[in-house]
Ligand binder design. Structure first.
Ligand SMILES: [Zn+2]
Length: 312
């Protein structure tokens, strides 16, 4: 189905937008996206990944590699060729979905560089989810957010950005005004937020964290760089709020099952994206319930004599 709604500003997961990116994609060669920043696109195009995963090389003499990508021989060769014998200070992973972290281990061996990341997730959490997770991911250097790594022009600040995934990190390069935004904020599509590992309250808070950096540009893990970071963040926030209203409207009309809400609100999705849309609707229902519980707590507490006294 070719509905213009699904090409609108990258605000719904769109097979058409992914297809358009694939049509112009150049795989396996470094492409400069800013001074000292090259991107090498991995050939792992899917509905979720658009044209594939962006692996960034950051720096001139000493490099950071951001998001090694899938463990694919051609991609590994392309990254090693682009490094061209330069020193690699670290391989930085945004999160351990299968399209981001599996190349970390082979690249570490090939380039003799440590792997940085938040760390994997406990086994019991992995079992709760059927997302495409790399279960073997263990960084050499664990990050929590708040650290600064490197120095000078290529100093990166680490931001912990849960919402799409609990161990998601973004990397802020203040000297260049760029945030490497992983899957959290992209230009061609919104991200997938599927409970229990995805969480919409965290997602919105994390948008604030990225926004507060004052970054001018975003370099996402999929799709083209985003040139007006603040505008894109606000656009995505407004879209999520609009979707929240739509989902709450369905709930008030007695339509409560995610699959039925998806049928009301989305069209033109592939089966895989339909499943993702169901997950996103579940995240909106979670937010609705959290707000309701908070409102009830407030009503209870404001009815207590002590609180009434304070407000009198
Ligand atoms: Zn992801």
């Amino acid at each position: 189905m070719t509905d213009v709604k699904f090409q609108n500003k990258g605000l719904v997961p769109s097979p058409l937008a992914a297809e358009a990116l694939r049509a112009k994609a150049v795989y396996g060669v470094p492409i400069s996206v800013a001074d000292g920043i090259d991107v090498i696109l991995a050939d792992n195009a899917k509905d979720y990944t658009g044209p594939g995963t962006n692996t960034y090389l950051v720096g001139h003499e000493n490099l950071w590699i951001i998001d090694p990508g899938p463990d694919d021989a051609e991609h590994l060769d392309a990254v090693v060729a682009a490094v061209a014998g330069r020193q690699v200070s670290g391989i930085l992973v945004t999160h351990n979905h299968l399209d981001h972290s599996p190349a970390a281990t082979p690249l570490k061996e090939l380039l003799q560089a440590p792997v940085y990341g938040f760390g994997g997730l406990p086994e019991e959490i992995l079992h709760e989810s059927d997302e495409d997770i790399d279960p073997h991911f263990v960084p050499d250097r664990a990050l929590m957010g708040g650290e600064t790594i490197g120095a000078g022009t290529w100093r990166l600040q680490v931001l912990h950005i849960p919402g799409h995934f609990p161990n998601h990190l973004c990397y802020w390069l203040p000297e260049a005004g760029i945030v490497f935004s992983g899957d959290h904020v992209m230009g061609w599509s919104t991200t997938v937020i599927v409970p229990p590992l995805g969480n919409l309250i965290d997602y919105l808070d994390s948008l604030d964290v990225i926004g507060r950096t004052g970054a001018e540009r975003l370099m996402p893990s999929h799709g083209d760089p985003v040139d007006n970071a603040a505008a894109r963040i606000e656009e995505i926030r407004a879209h999520r709020m609009m979707r929240q209203e739509q989902v709450e409207d369905c709930l008030h009309r007695g339509i409560t099952e995610p699959v039925k809400i998806v049928a009301e609100l989305y069209e033109g999705l592939t089966p895989r994206l339909l499943k993702a849309a169901e997950g996103c609707v579940a995240a909106h229902i979670e937010l609705y319930e959290a707000r309701r519980a908070q409102a009830e707590r407030f009503e209870l507490s404001s009815a207590s004599p002590r609180i009434r006294h304070v407000f009198r």
